[in-house]
Design a protein around this ligand. Structure first.
Ligand code: GTP
Ligand code: MG
Length: 305
């Protein structure tokens, strides 16, 4: 066993953020980390796998885990996402349960609260989107949710404006278990850049494409090459299920794919702080949602049925 460095009363813990689709888990994770490590969109079911974002507060290292939204799954991909979300909760020291305060305790949130007793980790109730809701309604919601599950503490935040986010962080910093840090102090993510780059392109697909189309597509980085001048050449494939979907992703005269590529390129370049040449290819892969290789790329277990 390598000797563990003297810990000087440091603390370190895993904090999973769970909740219904669109509750604001990814937005909150980015706010807690102070940097974009996971993608966000106005559509439900944006996040597909577990994504870690790491933050330091005083002597504590907090490893936040973004999870896919929990809903009642139908397709194989949906089942894999929901199973993954619960596995994230089971492996954490703390679980932050996000509720979109505007939605309140409707069916999806009721179902999540009902299953929380199975999760051993300590739980926090986080009412999000308080910028959209009146104070009295929040207090009532906090009361109702606390009556349905055991929470160590309740927070009211706006992940979007940042309101209340520092309180969540300092509470967790004081309460995660004592122990050595698991990552270098300046590390904010453990995902390889090529994965984040694929996610960024997928975010642009979610923002630009309507209705069901984003759910029938996935993005993979096929090539990441540092060129001699320091520029980066990236090739990505967008998989869709049908030729008709491919046509929509391309758009009239390639306009849609061009816009998606331009937005993704700009954002990736800002993150890597180098000029980026991004090449997007759209391929039809009928039934990619039933192909184990695609799940491996996404970092998801492949459900047998
Ligand atoms: N007004 C308001 N909007 C928010 C807040 N937090 C998140 N949002 C918005 O809610 C939408 C969903 O945010 P995400 O962070 O992608 O939600 P998520 O819970 O990660 O969603 P899935 O990955 O699909 O499960 C986005 O349009 C966000 O901008 C908030 O505090 N206030
Ligand atoms: Mg998300």
């Amino acid at each position: 066993m390598p000797e563990i460095a003297p810990t000087e009363d440091t603390r370190c813990g895993f904090v999973a953020l769970i909740g219904a689709p669109n509750a604001g888990k990814s937005t909150l994770l980015n706010a807690l980390v102070g940097s974009k490590v996971t993608i966000v969109s106005h559509k439900v079911q944006t996040t597909r796998a577990l994504i870690r974002g790491i933050a330091v507060h005083e002597k504590s290292q907090l490893i936040f885990v973004d999870t896919p939204g929990i809903f009642s799954p139908k397709r194989r991909l949906d089942r894999a996402m929901v199973t993954t979300a619960w596995s994230g909760a089971h492996e954490a020291d703390f679980v932050g349960v996000l509720i979109d305060a505007r939605k309140g305790l409707e069916e999806e949130n009721e179902a999540i609260l009902a299953r929380l007793a199975e999760v051993k980790a300590l739980k926090l109730l986080i009412l999000n989107k308080v910028d959209l809701v009146a104070k009295e309604a929040l207090l009532k919601l906090a009361q109702d949710a606390n009556a349905k599950a055991k929470f160590e503490a309740t927070f009211m935040v706006s992940a979007l404006t940042g309101d209340g986010v520092a309180d969540v962080k300092s509470w967790l910093a004081a309460n995660v278990p004592p122990g050595p840090w698991l990552y270098p102090p300046d590390q904010i993510s453990d995902a390889p850049m090529r994965q984040l780059a694929a996610e960024i392109t997928r975010e642009k697909l979610f923002e630009r494409l309507h209705q069901e189309l984003p759910y029938h597509s996935t993005v993979e980085t096929e090539q990441w090459k540092e060129l001699r001048k320091g520029d980066i050449r990236i090739e990505q494939t967008i998989y869709v299920e049908r030729e008709s979907q491919r046509k929509i992703v391309l758009g009239k005269g390639g306009q849609s794919i061009k816009a998606i590529g331009a937005e993704a390129r700009k954002e990736i370049a800002e993150i890597v702080e180098k000029p980026v040449h991004l090449f997007l290819f759209v391929k039809v892969r009928e039934g990619w949602g039933d192909d184990p290789a695609r799940y491996r790329e996404m970092g998801l277990e492949f459900p047998k049925e």
